[in-house]
Design a protein around this ligand. Sequence first.
Ligand SMILES: C[C@@H]1N[C@@H](C(=O)NCc2ccccc2)[C@H](O)[C@@H]1O
Length: 449
Amino acid sequence: KVTLLHGSHRTGKRTDAAMEKWRGHGLGQFIHWGLYAIPGGAWNGKQYNGAAEWIRSWNGIPKSTYDSLNYSFNPTAFDAKSWAKTAKQMGAKYVTFTTKHHDGFCLWPSKYTKYTVANSPYKKDIVKAVVDAYDQEGIDVILYFSVMDWNHPDWRYDIKSKEDSIAFERFKKFTRNQLIELLTNYPTVKGLWFDGTWDTSWVKQAAFADELETEMRKLRPGLIIGSRFRADENGKRHFDSNGVLMGDYEQGWERKIPSRIEDVHGNDWDCVMTVPENQWGYNAAWNGHIKTGLELIEMTARCVSLGGNFVLNFGPKGDGSIRQEELKLAAEIGDWMKINQQAIYNCGYAGYDKQDWGYFSKKTGTDKIYMLVFNVPVSGALRIKTPAKTVIKKASLLADATETFTPEQISGDEYFLHLKKGTHPQPFVIVLETAPGQQSNGVKYEKAK
Ligand SMILES: C[C@@H]1N[C@@H](C(=O)NCc2ccccc2)[C@H](O)[C@@H]1O
């Protein structure tokens, strides 16, 4: 153990109500929207190969021309209420919304820079519209904020001179001012999702960032901040020099999902995921593999079964409308969630061995176990290995409790549930009422009725 002044200030999960609520969300929506949605991944008819929200960094684009896009930002189809309705129907319990991405354009009328929506034809406060609309739908709001700001003259990738240091001191003040401004303007937001914090200039600011995080938490008790915001004084990010998680949850699962429970080290975490391989902002040409509704439902199940939240990204167009492909996915996910949401909301790791047919989740604070079945075996037999001294009192279909299953005991703590042939074209959920701490009484298998 090394002594740290600016390492993690807490070990273990937060147990307060605000974090318990976040932990139980299961499914969230990410929205990446900004000037990058106007070019939509192409410039003068040429396709940019990277992620559309990074197009400003492309050599093919004159920076000043990109920066002038704020003068053509007028999303006439923007309707935060319809975005929030889409999220509600999908079953998302929270939204993470880009206030300012790496390009530095602010979707709120910040007092600390001219590079904001106030100086665009649209003029109005988009962050406020989103916060109000999602609040009204009962969906929690987390604000995405990029520390790295390509537009600000005082941004530096590293501090290599006295001039850099003087400039970056101004940048740090600017960053603090904007964060306090966001927390003051939009007091109902539940957390901040930080990005653009990997460059050396920011990694060197352990003391400043630690102080700023403390100040924000004091201003907004219960505020949820992930592991990507700040480094410790040795430059360690996400986990400090003693291997303790920074912030309230692990923010390292960007476009990837943990394989096993050991990978999450007993921490809270979220997985943020794109529909294409790697496009967060709107890209008109969705190339490569586009994830299907079934894939995304299975990713949601996998994240919840490992105690995390799955946050699916939407990239609205330059005019503010959501593309048809994303609306269709939201509807498909929502249709499944309407029937099976009980296995997702306020659920977490069940402590059962992973089986080939799918995922277990457990309703927090109860002995209710869910089996989220994606891969029905040819045998129709779903294997369950219960933790020691746990008996299955009842097994039934979540969608229809009258459809019950009589567990066939195979050995001390192993059972088969036998499915009727060809009865489940869609992923489905079985609920297990269990009684831990009891010796199994050898439930015998009765022929399927
Ligand atoms: C949530 C996404 N994060 C931004 C990004 O630059 N990701 C690339 C990246 C991911 C992890 C460490 C460094 C850099 C993307 O533009 C999205 O905003």
